[in-house]
Design a protein around this ligand. Structure first.
Ligand SMILES: *[C@@H]1O[C@H](CO)[C@@H](O)[C@H](O)[C@H]1NC(C)=O
Ligand SMILES: *[C@@H]1O[C@H](CO)[C@@H](O)[C@H](O)[C@H]1NC(C)=O
Ligand SMILES: *[C@@H]1O[C@H](CO)[C@@H](O)[C@H](O)[C@H]1NC(C)=O
Length: 496
């Protein structure tokens, strides 16, 4: 750290000092706020906050894993919402008009990413959740008493990325809404940095793939995809860059199966590249988003340290898988007799979820073994339970890997090594308490990056995805600008 400081400008040190001073003030405030005998009334509290002019909500630069990140790359941001948790949407509106809240609102002109969202009819998004809409309303009202349709639970929820991103964009239209200032919806597509296609493709696959009638292609899921392709290909916005500046969400590995090839120039938001040919999806243009974890987040205070986690390694899932999944079987036979290794079979539903949570929270390591796709929600369940993930999946893609160094909180093992007799257990038993504890501490820091929630909070999964879009779109722009080099001068020569 100290050698890093030598290289950063003194402006940064200034920010560091002011923000740490502020943090000191804030921690006092928290102390007051949470002591049983409320010493300071919330009105006074508001005044203190109002008057502390050194507040740096969004520090302009934050060091994160050794690199200087733009804007709010989380970590040391203050969870303002936690001062007073918004409950119902109507309460949120009231709070938003208080001066304390105003301060952190997002000025749409200052947002880092301007997003144009196609005004698709509800059948492509909230209509799939049973929401009806009306002639002049394609979107639920997110800033009032109106009920926001909920996403179906069970295992569907792991691919609900489409739902959280869309809600976040809808809420960005209300200047008083408390959320990060990363992405904002703009009404005019020519003023947008990216164009967002609000099709709930994973839900459409999960819920509407059933074939009706005789024709094989008449499931709602297929019809919607065909309609979408026709719609987009006819738009001038799509034609401008051949779709390269479009965001299409296809988190379930089978979603968008019919349309993916035709829309392959767009920026996909995916779980991994397991079922995609390289030319349709790849890390240069697409974004890997975390699964929404299905096991509940372990509160920091309940997170057991090394000695209080009796299970060495935990695995939940099906043992017999197709494709690359054979490795699970081999590992199962290698590990099944070890006393401190726990194998739980099958997928989790109902009570299984809380069992899985307990199992992970009492394990030092959680195994993530390739199944029929390289990734799964298991990794994110492990992270939010601070159970050090052991990743045995050579082709896995990890979310936000350009800003997160997973080796700091995960163990990676090649599958060829993992299936050698005694290799895995020797490796895990060889990890010292100190080494494990370092990873555990890091897990507690990074876990919030993998939370999907509404309203979104700085540094959560929604915010991280928008930031990843910003990093990706810059290369699209660069390519476009390079192409323009001579085109512009030709126009100039003609007119002169
Ligand atoms: C800050 O406090 C002073 C009194 O000390 C008060 O007059 C002023 O209005 C306060 N500023 C704000 C922004 O509340
Ligand atoms: C959208 O923005 C462009 C460029 O800023 C402008 O020329 C156009 O009139 C705008 N369209 C609408 C409908 O406001
Ligand atoms: C189904 O497929 C047939 C021929 O393959 C095509 O003519 C028809 O338009 C398709 N229907 C839909 C709804 O996509």
């Amino acid at each position: 750290m100290s050698e890093k400081i030598g290289r950063v400008p003194s402006r940064f040190i200034f920010y560091l000092m002011t923000s740490s001073g502020f943090l000191l003030i804030l921690s006092c405030v928290f102390l007051f706020e949470f002591s049983a005998t409320k010493i300071v009334s919330s009105r006074v509290l508001n005044l203190i906050l109002e008057n502390s002019t050194t507040i740096h909500f969004r520090s302009t630069a934050t060091t994160y894993h050794g690199t200087v990140m733009p804007k709010s790359q989380i970590s040391d941001e203050i969870p303002w919402e936690d001062l007073e948790k918004p409950c119902s949407p109507s309460e949120r509106v009231k709070e938003a008009s208080s001066p304390l809240k105003k301060r952190m609102n997002c000025d749409p002109d200052k947002a880092s990413l301007r997003v144009f969202m196609y005004d698709l009819p509800p059948e492509f998004h909230f209509g799939l959740l049973g929401w009806k809409g009306s002639r002049d309303r394609n979107w639920p009202n997110v800033n009032g008493d109106g009920k926001i349709p909920s996403y179906p639970g069970g295992l569907n929820i792991q691919h609900s990325i489409e739902y959280w991103l869309t809600l976040d964009l809808l809420s960005s239209e209300f200047p008083d809404f408390v959320r990060p200032c990363t992405a904002t919806r703009v009404a005019n597509s020519s003023q947008a940095d990216v164009l967002f296609v609000p099709f709930f493709s994973s839900l459409s696959y999960n819920r509407f793939s059933k074939i009706h009638g005789k024709e094989r292609n008449t499931s709602v899921n297929r019809i919607l995809q065909n309609k979408l392709v026709q719609y987009l290909k006819g738009r001038s916005e799509w034609k401008r860059l051949g779709g390269k500046d479009h965001i299409i969400m296809a988190h379930h590995p089978n979603s968008m199966f019919d349309a993916r090839k035709k829309l392959g120039s767009a920026m996909f938001v995916l779980a991994d590249f397991g079922r995609y040919p390289q030319e349709i999806a790849n890390i240069d243009k697409d974004i890997i988003a975390p699964y929404k974890h299905v096991v509940r987040t372990l509160p920091q205070a309940e997170s057991a340290p090394f000695e209080k986690r009796p299970i060495l390694a935990y695995f939940r899932g099906a043992i017999y898988r197709k494709d690359k999944g054979f490795i699970r079987q081999e590992l199962f036979y290698l590990l099944k007799d070890a006393k401190d290794v726990h194998f739980a079979f099958g997928s989790i539903q109902g009570h299984g979820v809380s069992h899985a949570g307990q199992g992970m929270a009492s394990s030092k390591f959680c195994l993530n073994i390739a199944g029929d796709t390289p990734s799964s929600n298991r990794l994110f369940d492990a992270i939010v339970n601070h159970c050090v993930p052991v990743i045995i999946s050579d082709e896995i893609e990890l979310p936000f890997e350009d800003v997160l160094d997973y080796s700091e909180f995960c163990i990676f093992i090649h599958s060829t090594d993992a299936v050698k007799k005694d290799f895995l257990l020797t490796r895990l038993r060889g990890i010292s308490k100190d080494e494990w504890t370092d990873k555990w501490k890091k897990l507690k820091v990074v876990a919030p990056h993998f939370e999907y929630q509404y309203p979104s909070k700085p540094g959560d999964a929604v915010d991280m995805i928008w930031q990843a879009v910003i990093r990706k779109i810059s290369s699209v722009r660069m390519e476009e600008h390079r192409k323009n080099r001579y085109r512009r001068s030709k126009i100039f020569m003609k007119s002169s």
